[in-house]
Design a protein around this ligand. Structure first.
Ligand code: AR6
Length: 179
């Protein structure tokens, strides 16, 4: 199966997806927040916060797994994106690590469908075009060598993210065609 057939870019609220795991763009305390983090905690109910408290936080670029509680998704993978500080503070590498570490956990658990939000593209201020290129390239590279086929949904909550992810995917497909 071609890698591009495993990637779906969709305008959808990630909290509505009944998949093996949705990824949360959390902060390092894992104690909830605004944006997609707030929406996920609202959908999951207080049991998620209880479980998160027991995890002892999460460093930037890393990921941790919980149950989905009252969400339609069976699990939540919490990852902590970098705060944009101008580009010289390893932001790109840390963002790529968020996608890779989330997918590593998903593969270890045998999850076949995983949904991502646009990590760091909200209050953390990462330039959306750069973040979307990193998201697509990192997910593509992982799927290309994944131990089994995994389907990835990019859940977009705004038009700019949707457009930039589509652009990045088109660029990546075109680059493969030139190989
Ligand atoms: N479904 C899909 N995407 C969403 C949803 C949703 N329900 N809600 C928002 N988005 P942000 P960050 C999009 O700010 O930049 C929190 O307070 C949103 O449009 O949620 O990584 C955490 O606790 C944007 O494109 O995450 C952290 O403190 C994207 O999700 C901090 O924000 C990410 O925006 C993390 O900041």
């Amino acid at each position: 199966m071609k890698v591009e057939e495993l990637i779906e870019i969709s305008k959808v609220d990630i909290t509505t997806l009944a998949v093996d795991a949705i990824v949360n763009a959390a902060n390092s305390s894992l104690s909830g927040g605004g944006g997609v983090d707030g929406a996920i905690h609202r959908g999951a109910g207080p049991g998620l916060l209880q479980e998160c408290i027991g995890l002892g936080g999460c460093p930037t670029g890393a990921a941790k797994l919980t149950g989905g509680h009252n969400l339609p998704a069976r699990h939540v993978i919490h990852t902590v994106g970098p705060i944009w500080r101008g580009g010289g503070a390893q932001e790109a590498a840390l963002l790529a690590s968020c996608y890779r570490e989330s997918l590593r956990i998903a593969a270890e658990r045998g999850f076949s469908t995983i949904a991502f939000p646009a990590i760091s593209c909200g209050v953390y201020g990462f330039p959306v075009d750069q973040a979307c290129a990193i998201a697509v390239d990192t997910v593509w590279n992982f799927l290309d060598s994944a131990p089994f086929p995994m389907k990835i949904i990019f859940a977009c909550f705004n038009d700019q993210v949707y457009d930039e992810l589509n652009r990045a995917l088109r660029d990546r497909v075109a680059a493969v065609g030139l190989d």
